[in-house]
Design a protein around this ligand. Structure first.
Ligand SMILES: [Ca+2]
Length: 157
């Protein structure tokens, strides 16, 4: 008789415990979901910022490419090392082995007298990887061969 009375009570409390655990888990899950969507928004913001940077980078690369006689021909930057070296030497006015801002400015103004000074700053900033104010041939090569179509989409080809 005592067994009959206690059994349902025990069962109920087990169910209650289960419900509590379930509710607790749900609350935890909801909290996690909220946090996840907050971090997703942050990620979206980050990727928009990254996209803007990539667009600037593409614009800077296009400007450098214009110096090499190619304007915005994305995806077809198949320069030979010789062609790159020749362009580099033409910009490197004093043949020091690197391009500094004044040399770049000179080369740009020859091509486009209306070029903004900020564009030259950006071109220097994006090409000058180690921020020493000089663009070496390796740095020059990197920005000339930069392909925005691949970097933006992340696709294999
Ligand atoms: Ca440098």
């Amino acid at each position: 008789m005592a067994d009959v009375a206690s059994a349902p009570v025990k069962e109920k409390s087990a169910l209650e415990k289960e419900m509590e655990a379930l509710l607790g888990a749900t609350a935890g899950l909801m909290k996690e979901t909220k946090e996840a969507s907050a971090s997703a928004a942050k990620t979206r913001r980050k990727s928009r910022e990254l996209e803007a940077t990539l667009n600037d980078m593409a614009a800077a690369s296009d400007s450098w490419n214009a110096l090499g006689g190619r304007r915005s021909r994305r995806g077809s930057r198949d320069y030979t090392d010789e062609a790159l070296q020749q362009t580099f030497n033409e910009i490197d006015d004093d043949k020091s082995g690197h391009i500094d801002r004044s040399e770049l400015e000179k080369a740009i103004f020859k091509m486009d007298p209306n070029c903004k000074s900020t564009t030259i700053d950006e071109m220097m900033a994006y090409a000058d990887d180690d921020d020493d104010g000089k663009v070496t041939f390796e740095e020059f090569k990197k920005i000339m061969l930069y392909k925005p179509s691949q970097s933006e989409t992340g696709e294999a080809k």
